[in-house]
Design a protein around this ligand. Structure first.
Ligand code: 2AM
Ligand code: CA
Length: 266
């Protein structure tokens, strides 16, 4: 895994450089599932950038990527790279900042490597299973075990409050009133990175795919945090999930008071 990690880090920095250099050029912007679901020529180019290098170097590895230049992945057997070439595409398009490249590398379903690169800030969050999590070269400490929900800052997407399919809107409103504050950054992977850094105490989001969360799950796990589906079950990286990631103290309160057990939402 060490050699794979070195390659992945080298390529992520190179891809970041490509993005920074191209940012002043015009972009081709298309929509996917709806008019707010954006994709740019850069998302596609960067996924191809990784796919070419991975295939040339590790022909037996599989690629599970957001933009479709990877493989038809139906199981996590073997070594699989879960890649989001630009997570936070709307931020990329509208703000030219607050987006990242997210790469999780899994072996037989176990998260081995997590890399989240904030391209404009030039900050790389990185983790290898059992070897700790780092923000650039600074080791991230374990998440606190003693934390009142009332003192917590929680990342969440406001769809929680507006989407009529979500049964417990009232519970979510109560949650917003209970916590110290909520934040929406617009990049699931960066929100995972912030949880691993301890600057967010939790993050809840709907409709996330494996490439959004795979890297972040490795990072958070290395600092003692946990990621599950909102109903407490294991995350299925090959389908869409409603995700809860946080430290254990906050998790207990969130699950018991605000999220009904057994609820399943996509
Ligand atoms: P993306 O930028 O790669 O599309 C925004 O709240 C976060 O949710 C981003 O990480 C975004 O990833 C992710 N997301 C997943 N599915 C989405 C969708 N259908 N529309 C918008 N954001 C989505
Ligand atoms: Ca994404």
């Amino acid at each position: 895994m060490e050699a794979i990690n070195r390659h992945a880090i080298k390529w992520i920095y190179e891809a970041g450089q490509v993005i920074r250099e191209a940012m002043s050029q015009p972009l081709t912007i298309d929509t996917k599932s709806n008019r707010n679901d954006l994709v740019t020529s850069m998302d596609r180019n960067i996924e191809q950038f990784f796919a070419e290098r991975i295939r040339a170097t590790y022909s037996d590895h599989l690629i599970y990527g957001e933009e479709g230049y990877g493989d038809e992945v139906t199981s996590l057997q073997g070594i699989v790279w879960l890649i989001d070439p630009i997570d936070g595409t709307m931020n990329f398009v509208h703000q030219k900042q607050h987006f990242c490249i997210s790469i999780g590398i899994y072996k037989d379903g176990i998260g081995e490597i997590g890399l989240i690169y904030d391209v404009v800030a030039d900050i790389l969050y990185k983790a290898m299973r059992g070897k700790g999590a780092y923000k650039n070269d600074k080791r991230l400490p374990n998440l606190t075990k003693e934390q009142a929900l009332e003192d917590s800052l929680i990342g969440m997407n406001h769809h929680w409050l507006c989407d009529n399919r979500i049964a417990d809107k009232a519970a979510m409103q109560q949650l917003v009133k209970t916590v110290r504050g909520t934040r929406t950054y617009g990049s699931a992977a960066l929100e995972f990175a912030y949880v691993s850094e301890g600057i967010l105490d939790g993050y809840m989001a709907l409709g996330l795919s494996g490439w959004d969360v795979a890297a972040g799950m490795v990072l958070v796990s290395e600092v003692g945090g946990m990621t599950t589906d909102i109903d407490g079950s294991t995350v299925d990286l090959l389908s869409k999930n409603a995700i809860l990631v946080c430290n254990s103290a906050v998790r207990t309160r969130l699950m018991e008071e605000f999220i009904k057990p057994g609820r399943k939402m996509e």
